[in-house]
Design a protein around this ligand. Structure first.
Ligand code: ADP
Length: 539
């Protein structure tokens, strides 16, 4: 263009923001000081244009003009002025909706008094090219800025998703939002529980002292406006936000809700100083979108926290229950022993025997039954309290020991044991727990056997499992009872076995123990023919 109009110099400046223009390109011999990168005020351009003569869309000024410029480097204030050569031909470059993008200008000397119509047309043609280029440049900058913001927003969201609780989430948000949009301060707050307690975080941390969590109440109506209009609010539309910024000794404020239309759960406030750039529409949109997604994440984090608290509460309750069972059963033991001893004394009294000692025998049987219940409860409390370590044991020997415990009773009733097992079989087991289960199953087999019956025991080991079997030829278990014998809450008394000693909860305890060890206990039975109990344990 410089060649076309035969000017000394030509240059393009672009609009940086509301205040500044920046020289993008220069050719020829411009006035002293005009270089690429130099910033000059839009007000100076305004003055130039208002005093210029209009030539169609071009502006012509023949007066000497002085502009203030931001010159990089250590330049004294007095030298920060450029005096343009006489004569400037300026083509403002604007978008379709009249937003100024920049200018294309030539500096004299050219025959400015009479630029021919052909010259003006040519300049306008060049101006159109420059306008397109500036507009493309602006779109490109905007796009890359959006991209940068969306990456920054994503990392805020990633950090939020990984947060263990809401305070951590808020700390991550205030740290991350400052990376997303230039800010002097970021404050964020959220309700830990709806309507209950609100927590706030801020960067820099002094900001948190100036803006407390109760600010959320003040913001509430503005947050609803944001949600209704689907965008963040600023101090320009909400005067309260300007006052809020002033509390933090800043000037510009942006507010966006944390949460979606279903209700706000918190808010983010971003603050800037008066000399900082004003909020762009892209920044408002990015902050609003971030707030919406954070709302969902905050709900998830809160839900996770609640689940964890419930789990901790359950563990505490379970510990309490175990302690209670252990201490009560322990306390029951002493009076029961006293009852047992005293009934023995009563039974040995000859006079009572003569009178027929029915009631005393009944007391003794009840006491024995209670004693075995207490024993079982104590055993259950013990197995629950201490998960035993696995020890390499000969499980065949353990089965024999279980038989030894009921040997006298078996011999009295002519019941024989049969053991189908290798001489020894070593496997890692919890010895106390397994001994308890085997003793219970074997003693039941003897107890519910008919006289001169046979109890067959077996143990085998596969690659992954140890399997114990105990089969008797006793009274068997009716199928409807078979379903409930392992279930503490569904046990029903069995009229056929009520008079036999036992607590009625031994199998339920066995089932708990075996489950804790990662195994299973099952029973098969045919009433009148006998029962088989199988215990499988991982190994
Ligand atoms: P108990 O101390 O009464 O034996 P258990 O929990 O060990 O309590 O057994 C529960 C009930 O299951 C027994 O009372 C009995 O009715 C039935 N039962 C258990 N084992 C056998 C078995 N081998 N044969 C028949 N009935 C059995």
């Amino acid at each position: 263009m410089r060649d076309v109009v035969d000017a000394r110099a030509a240059m393009i400046s672009r609009v940086v923001d509301a205040e500044w223009l920046e020289v993008l390109s220069v050719t020829g011999e411009p006035s002293d000081g005009i270089v690429v990168g130099l910033r000059w005020r839009r007000t100076d351009l305004g003055r130039l244009l208002s005093s210029a003569e209009h030539l169609g869309r071009l502006h012509l000024t023949k007066r000497r003009a002085v502009s203030y410029a931001e010159i990089p480097g250590d330049v004294p204030e007095t030298e920060r002025y450029i005096a343009h050569h006489l004569g400037l031909l300026i083509a403002p470059l604007s978008t379709q909706d009249d937003e100024l993008l920049g200018i294309l200008a030539t500096e004299g000397p050219v025959d400015l008094l009479h630029p021919g119509p052909g010259t003006c047309e040519l300049v306008e043609l060049y101006a159109e090219q420059a306008r397109l280029a500036l507009s493309a440049l602006r779109d490109q900058r905007r796009l890359s800025e959006r991209l940068r913001m969306s990456y920054a927003a994503q990392s805020v969201l990633d950090a939020a998703a990984a947060s263990a609780d809401l305070p951590t989430l808020l700390d991550g948000v205030v740290a991350g939002v400052g990376q997303m949009v230039p800010a002097r301060g970021v404050w964020a707050c959220a309700e830990l529980e709806p309507g209950v307690h609100t927590d706030a975080a801020a960067v820099p941390s002094e900001l948190a002292q100036r803006l407390g969590p109760d600010v959320l109440t003040l913001l509430e109506p503005m947050l609803h406006t944001c949600l209704r209009s689907g965008t963040a609010s600023t101090h320009e539309t909400e005067t309260v936000l300007g006052r809020l910024a002033a509390v933090a000794e800043l000037d510009q404020a942006l507010l966006t809700p944390i949460g979606d239309g279903a209700g706000t759960r918190g808010a983010i406030v971003v603050l800037r100083a008066v000399e900082d750039p004003p909020w762009t529409t892209d920044e408002l949109a990015a902050a609003y979108a971030l707030g919406l997604r954070l709302g969902t994440l905050a709900d998830q984090v809160r839900g996770r926290r609640r689940d964890q608290e419930t789990a901790e509460e359950l563990v505490r309750l379970d510990e309490y229950r175990r302690d209670l069972v252990a201490s009560i059963t322990h306390d029951l033991k002493t009076p029961l022993t006293a009852i047992a001893l005293n009934t023995e004394l009563l039974e040995s009294d000859g006079r009572l025997a003569e009178a027929g000692s029915h009631p005393v025998a009944a007391i003794r049987r009840s006491a024995e039954r209670l004693a075995s219940l207490v024993d079982d409860l104590l055993a259950m409390a013990r197995t629950e309290q201490q998960a035993g370590a696995l020890v390499e044991m000969d499980v065949v020997a353990m089965m024999r020991e279980a038989c030894d415990l009921v040997e006298t009773e078996a011999a009295l009733r002519g019941i024989a044991f049969e053991l189908e097992a290798p001489d020894e079989l070593w496997a890692p087991v919890d010895p106390t727990a397994l001994a308890r289960v085997l003793a219970n199953v074997v003693s039941n087999a003897v107890k519910f056997s008919l006289p001169r019956g046979r109890v067959s025991l077996g143990v085998s080991r596969s690659e992954t499992e140890l399997e114990f079997r105990c089969t008797d030829e006793g009274i068997g278990i009716p199928s409807e009872r078979l379903e409930t014998i392992f279930d503490l809450s569904r046990r029903t008394p069995d009229s056929r076995t009520e008079d036999l000693p036992g607590s009625g909860i031994g199998l339920a305890i066995c089932e708990r123990i075996v489950t804790r060890l990662g195994g299973r206990i099952t029973a098969e039975s045919t009433p009148g023919q006998g029962s088989t109990f199988t215990v499988r344990l991982p190994c």
